[in-house]
Design a protein around this ligand. Structure first.
Ligand SMILES: [Ca+2]
Length: 407
């Protein structure tokens, strides 16, 4: 072997060894980085676990609320109901009953006999809990028939949910002053967990009516889907459909999950120039007893009436806010607000969230939605969101959807 060849081979060996050494350094460095990286990941995981442990449990969190407008251009939308399909039925006081799907409105009917004036018009609305099989929806309104009354009308819709195929007037003769301004028309409808239809009425500004057990004015009525009385109502000498007496103008009804100690939930009532009330939904006398001729100087809850039932909440002796519809917030996504009562407020222009259970209120009301004017309807939807309507008139009213989210 020549000297030059040995030198070349020696050089090859050195290059080879250098390459091996370089590879070893590279692998060692990579392993070191991997170990450091793993340590950092473990530290991050520890920190995340500590943060999670420190985070408020979902059931105690105050939800963040997203407000979206899902329909506009309405005229005093008074109540919302949901069909099994998720479609929304809406009554407008101006006399229109409509179906909404994805914000698109289809008119169902403009009843020929609606009297629209002042506080009156097409008001309450309820969907039969067995709608899937019977297609019944219920309306409460001031009617021009029978010399003028407030009545509950059941309508059966066709498969498209937009055509009325049958009408049955299931409760008629609830007093109203057709010659006047249709004051105190009440008309809140709701099906309870007992499967019955509950009807909140107004005193029609008629002296003596709210406390008269035979009159349907100023009452809570409880009937079946045919308008027939059911067992468990007030009894005695009262009309068999009467559940409670002594109300001025019922505007909201909301139910607990079940009857507890004779109470099924709450009602919302407008006061005079004082004492709006939230009352227990139970049998008895709630203390409004205006004299004849009609005068509103008396107390909303006259304590001289034997066994009169005092309100759960009242707005006070110097103020009214005109609370309207109410609904309990359902579903875990409401966090700390789950099972609280949401109340739409007209004059006070806000939504109140109140902690009411077992006929008692805890703490003070939380207020929100203060920049949308008067609010009329409040209804929890099948998706767990809260639906609220505005009541500002001029054909510019909206349906708002409030969606809660937790951290
Ligand atoms: Ca009262």
């Amino acid at each position: 072997m020549k000297s030059s060849q040995r030198t070349a081979k020696l050089l090859d060996s050195k290059v080879f060894i250098a390459a091996i050494l370089a590879a070893i350094v590279l692998v060692t460095t990579l392993i070191t980085y991997r170990i450091l990286d793993a340590q950092q990941s473990a530290q991050k995981a520890d920190a995340a676990a500590q943060t999670a442990a420190a985070k408020t449990p979902a059931a105690q969190q105050t939800p963040n609320i997203t407000v979206s407008e899902i329909a506009g251009g309405l005229d005093h939308p008074w109540e919302i109901g949901f069909l099994p399909s998720g479609a929304m039925i809406v009554s407008e006081r101006a006399g229109v009953l409509s179906k909404f799907v994805d914000g698109q409105k289809t008119e169902i009917i403009r009843p020929f006999d609606v009297a629209v004036r002042g506080e009156g018009g097409l008001l309450g609305l309820a969907i039969d809990p067995q709608y899937a099989s019977n297609h019944f929806i219920y309306s409460c309104y001031n009617s021009t028939q029978n010399g003028g009354d407030v009545r509950v009308v059941r309508r059966q819709l066709d498969a498209s949910d937009t055509v009325v195929v049958e009408r049955a007037d299931i409760v008629t003769g609830i007093p109203t002053d057709l010659a006047g301004t249709l004051r105190h028309s009440g008309c809140r409808l709701a099906f309870g967990p007992d499967g019955n239809l509950w009807i909140g009425t107004g005193d029609a500004a008629i002296g003596g009516a709210a406390q008269d057990p035979k009159s349907l004015a100023g009452k809570i009525l409880r009937v079946d889907r045919n308008g027939t009385e059911v067992s468990g109502n007030l009894g005695g000498d009262s009309d068999l459909r009467v559940f409670s007496v002594g109300h001025r103008n019922i505007q909201g009804i909301a139910f607990y999950e079940r009857e507890v100690n004779g109470s099924w939930g709450i009602t919302v009532e407008h006061g005079t120039n004082r004492s709006d009330e939230i009352n227990a939904l139970k049998r008895g006398h709630f203390g409004w007893a205006p004299p004849t001729p009609y005068s509103e100087v008396g107390e909303m809850t006259d304590l001289t009436i034997p066994n009169v039932i005092k309100p759960i909440w009242a707005s006070g002796q110097s103020d009214t806010i005109a609370p309207s519809a109410a609904t309990f917030l359902k579903g875990e996504k409401w966090g700390a607000w789950q099972n609280r009562l949401a109340v739409a407020v007209l004059k006070g222009k806000m939504l109140m969230i109140m902690d009411i259970a077992d006929d008692k209120m805890s703490g003070t009301a939380i207020t929100l939605l203060k920049d949308h004017g008067r609010l009329r309807a409040a209804q929890i939807g099948p998706d767990g969101s809260l639906y609220v309507t505005t009541d500002n008139g001029s054909g510019a009213d909206k349906i708002l959807k409030l969606t809660p989210t937790l951290q």
